[in-house]
Design a protein around this ligand. Sequence first.
Ligand code: KG4
Ligand code: ZN
Length: 351
Amino acid sequence: MGYRVPDTIFLGIETSCDETAVALIQGPHLFGHKLYSQIAEHKPFGGVVPSIAAASHLQVLPTLTRALLEDTALPLADIDAISVTAGPGLVGGLLVGLVFAKGLAISLKKPLWGVHHLEAHALMARMNNSISFPYVLMLLSGGHCMVAVVEGVGQYRILGQTLDDAVGECLDKVARELGEGYPGGPRVEILARQGTPTVELPIPLQRDSGCNFSFSGLKTAAVQWIRHRTQDSPLSWVEKADFCASLQQVIAKTLAQRLHNALKLLEPQYPSCQTCVVSGGVASNLYFRHSLRDVVEAAGKTFVAPAPELCTDNGVMVAWAGYERFRARIPPCMAIEAQPVWSLEALRQAS
Ligand code: KG4
Ligand code: ZN
């Protein structure tokens, strides 16, 4: 297919969970991006309802794309290529994104790349920073938690991942128990800023020298503490803030320890890994970023994290991952299907 090489304009589309997001980029230049969050729609149900998510993506995606084109003053015909999240995620939302992207690609006669959502998080930092392969990645999101070596586009070696709940799931569940709503991570961060860590909580995998993660024990301990303390009266604002500061401190210690272990393990095998990237929604937390930066710098390496608004789900990361695939000469594929379950390591065979 004939698409322009040096100045390819990519439209990126993200619909894998509860955010409809689109972006237009040209290499590292961002023309603009738009995001619609479904938080309010799912709020009455206390979590993301897949059928509501899919219906909302269907309704919002065309309007959001039109608004993006209007705001950036780019005619539809100027789009050179399209990338869309193909998985992992909720199948309904993925199908909406894929059908829309395919329709647009066919009508505009432009190539289409299906993007792995976690690869989009993993490569995001390369858009605004010069980071060469291989680099260490710590990915912290609502559904995933992992440490990996990014050897190239589509080339991931996972060193450790979550054995049960991801860190975001733990933050979301605890915040819900505190009556703070969804998503919980940002609420915990705001409350923690006003509090003092006075509550003792268990540090997950404290004596383990590997780099897997486990947050279900901490989640249960935190929920039990809240239920026990609120039997007779609700927590005061100060008690909530102190509790959030305690939870945040324990999570930060855990993440720092996991990353320290990973860097130690990697040093003999990948002495050329000079950079460590932290990414995913939970990586927008400034307290976590601080403590992880300390670990990385103590190991003599460079710490990089995307801007907080590019850590949480967005269309820019999908557009950028499409551009990275294009640049790595990975062929486009119109036949890409929704892959609700999709391992990052499986990309190696496909690339
Ligand atoms: O990457 P993401 O936007 O979506 C997934 O792919 O899962 O991550 C969402 C997660 C949620 O659990 C949310 O509570 C958490 O990221 N999060 C945060 C912050 N902002 C979002 N966690 C801690 N501190 C934050 N500031
Ligand atoms: Zn995500």
